[in-house]
Design a protein around this ligand. Sequence first.
Ligand code: FAD
Length: 471
Amino acid sequence: MKNTFDIAIIGSGPGGYRAAIVAALRGKRVAIIEKDHWGGCCLNRGCVPKKAWHDTATLIKKSQTFNKRGLTGRLQGDLQQSWQHQRSVVTTTQTNYLNYLSHLKVTKYQGTASFLTPQHLCIKQSDRTKITLTAKNMIIATGSSAKPMQSLPWIENRVLSTDMLFDSPPPTGHRVAIFGSGVVSTEMAFILSQYNKQISWLVRAPPLSTSRFSQPGLKALNTALTSAHTHWQQYHQFISMTVNDNDITLTFDNLPPITVDWILLGMGRSPYSDSLQLNNIALTLDPHGFIQRNHHLQTQHKNIYAIGDCANPNMTANHALAEASYAINHILGTSQPAYQPQWVPQVIYSATEMARIGWNDDQAEDRGFEPAIGFSSFQVSPCAMGQEATHGHVRLLAELETGRFLGGEIVGEQAGELIHGLTTSQAPAQQLKTIVNTRYNHPSRMEEILNASETLASQWGLEQFIFNDTN
Ligand SMILES: Cc1cc2nc3c(=O)[nH]c(=O)nc-3n(C[C@H](O)[C@H](O)[C@H](O)COP(=O)(O)OP(=O)(O)OC[C@H]3O[C@@H](n4cnc5c(N)ncnc54)[C@H](O)[C@@H]3O)c2cc1C
C-alpha cells in the first residue's frame, strides 16, 4: 500500500541512515524522512569534513620530521582549498548514500515529519504539500542543533559555530579565537593551528578534563598539543566582545584583551526534536531536552524508538550508529545482549588521536572492581619508529580477580583505527583472550595491543584467564 511501511525513520544522520540500510537489507519496507541535508550533522558538518581536515592537519604536523626521514621541504596548509576538498568528499558521499538507499528500495521523503498518532506521520514538503505516512514502527533520529551562547551571539563570517564553518568558505583572517575545552574545540584548535592560523584557544577548564580519558592520556594530549604549537589559555570570566569593522576584541577578568579576526565556538549542542509535535503522542523529554527511552531504546510508545543525539547525551555518531543497529535488531526480535553504551568507542582527533572504550579507572572502582593495568608505549614499536610517530600508548584495564576486560585507551597515531582491536569480542570476559590468540602482522601498531594484554596477564598473575594456562 502506498505510504505504508514496516519502519519509518525520521532523520538521515548516521543513526537514521544506518537504521534504514540495516532494516532494508533485512527485508523490511522502509521510509526515511529528511528535512534538511541528507546525511545529517555527521556527514555535512561534523565527523566527515572534520576528519578530512584532521588528516590534512596531521600531514602538515608530520612534515616537521620530514628532514629526519630523508624528505625535504615543509608542507603549508591552505584552509580555503581544504574547505573545497571536504565539500567534494561530502557531496560524493551524499550521492553514494542516496544511491544506496534507492538501490535498497528505501522510500525517501524530503520534508519535515511530525507525529499525528504513534503510527502516523505528517510530512510537510518544501512546496507545502502534506503526505500522511503509516508505519508499524518508527525510529526518531532527529539529532541535535548547535547551542547558541547569550554572551557570544553568532555573526556571519565573524563569530561562527562549526556548522557555519563547514557550510561556507571560512573567513580569511589569520587571528582566530576558539572557545571551549570539549571534544570539538580540542580538535578544531589543533586543526586550525596547523593551517598557519594564529590561535587564541580560550578555555574555562583544561582540554578534555571532564572526559573519561586517564591522567596519562591527558598528559600525552598536552604534550602533543605543545609539540604542535597549539596552546590554551584559561579564563575565569568572559567580560565582553567588541565587534569592529576589521577585528573583534575580547576581554576577560584575568587575561589581557585579545584581538582576533574571527571566532569559532565549539561549545556544545542541544538535542533536537522541536518539529516532531511530540505533544500529539504525549512523548516526554528529560529536563535537558533528550527524548526519554528505556534500555531497549523504546520511548513510552513501544513501537517508537529514539536513537542518537536526540536521546543520548554522549552525542557521537558512534553511539547513533550502534543504537541504529540495536533498535533494528530489537524490532526484528534478534537475540542480542542489552544495549551497553560504554562498549561504544569514543575517539578524539586532535594533535594526537585518542580512543577509549569501556570503564576508566574511577568508573571501574565505583562499580566495585579492582583494576589490573596493562601498558605498552609506542616508543618501543619498530613500526611507530619508522613512522616517526612513537608518541602515545595502549593502556588496558582488567578485573584483578577474573581477567575480565574492563576498558582500554589508545593514544597516538591511528588510535581511531586501532581501537577496533578492543572491540573484537562481544563478551568482556573473552576480550583479552581473543587479543592474545589473534595473529598479527609485523611490524604494525596493533602489536602494542597484544603487548599490553600479555604484559597485563603476566604482571598481575592472570595467565590462567588470559592465556588459558593450566600449570
Ligand atoms: C564538528 C563536529 C565534529 C564531530 N565529529 C565526530 C566524530 O569524529 N565522531 C563522532 O562519532 N561524532 C562526531 N560528531 C558528532 C556527530 O556528528 C553526531 O553525534 C551525529 O551526527 C548524531 O547523529 P544523529 O543521527 O543522531 O543526528 P544528526 O546527524 O544530527 O541527523 C539528524 C537529522 O535529522 C533531521 N531532522 C530533524 N528533525 C526532523 C524532522 N522533524 N523531519 C525530518 N528530518 C528531521 C535533521 O535535519 C538531520 O539531518 C561531531 C560533531 C560536530 C559538530
